[in-house]
Design a protein. Structure first.
Length: 225
């Protein structure tokens, strides 16, 4: 009986989770996307509601069923995700940005299907950085947790992102490791704050979600010196 395992330690929290990979259209049938399956974000949403939080799940397209008891907002593009996140931000006490956001979009979308003929050059522009915007717009006391997928120099890039974006923590994934991460049901991560780097060894995404939430709420406790 799952109820017996409830600790309800997130009661009173409103957790805003973003999940999946945003998509930017190139023409009516094609888009720029990424390999995110949404599993990590959905596992976080599931774990947070199970522990008593109210959960707002803002999700880019995935092949997953949303967890029960979450308020689901479906989006496709980075711009739509940004607007949804900013409009729901005032309600949130914790924001977890597990989504893999498309970094570029076409400067202009073709209104007809692009025809295949010879080399093609696409003109792209960067999308808005939702995490950085959320970190600067949030009200005091709102926790902001980002994710970062890196293939090299993880700690250096992770720390750089943490400082540049102004998040309270970054969940750092080493995507060069085989068999975990993208599409897998398992993952490993480093929970990175300005002061600490906590290793979360390989485990199921369900368990990892609970460990990430443990570390997130620990950030609310006064730091011992
Ligand atoms: N992120 C975001 N908006 C973007 C890009 C990223 O909110 N336009 C968020 C992601 O949801 C994630 C964090 O920022 O929580 C880090 O994403 P990542 O792709 O690692 O960072 P980038 O700044 O895009 O750096 P990179 O050039 O390595 O892709
Ligand atoms: Ca990126």
């Amino acid at each position: 009986l799952e109820l017996l395992n409830h600790t309800n330690d997130l009661a009173g929290e409103v957790v805003l989770v973003t999940a999946g990979g945003t998509r930017e259209a190139l023409d009516p049938v094609r888009y720029i996307g990424n390999r995110s399956s949404g599993k990590m974000g959905y596992a976080l949403a599931y774990a947070a509601q199970r522990r008593g939080a109210r959960v707002i799940l803002i999700t880019a397209p995935t092949a997953l069923h949303p967890p029960p008891n979450c308020e689901v907002v479906s989006v496709v593009t980075t711009g739509q995700m940004r607007d949804a996140v900013v409009s729901r931000l005032p309600e949130a006490t914790m924001v977890i940005k597990a989504a893999a956001v498309a970094d570029y979009r076409a400067i202009s979308m073709a209104d007809q299907k692009l025809k295949r003929s010879g080399p093609l050059t696409l003109q792209l522009e960067p999308t808005a950085d939702i995490l950085a915007e959320v970190a600067s717009l949030r009200k005091p006391g709102t926790l902001v947790i980002g994710f970062a997928a890196e293939t090299e120099d993880h700690l250096t890039h992770g720390r750089d992102k943490l400082l540049r974006k102004g998040a309270d923590a970054i969940v750092l994934n080493d995507v060069s490791r085989e068999g975990i991460g993208f599409d897998s049901d398992r993952n490993a991560a480093t929970f990175l704050t300005k002061q600490t780097a906590i290793e979360l060894p390989e485990m199921s995404k369900r368990d990892l979600a609970d460990r990430i939430l443990d570390e997130a709420i620990a950030l609310r406790r006064p730091q011992s010196v």
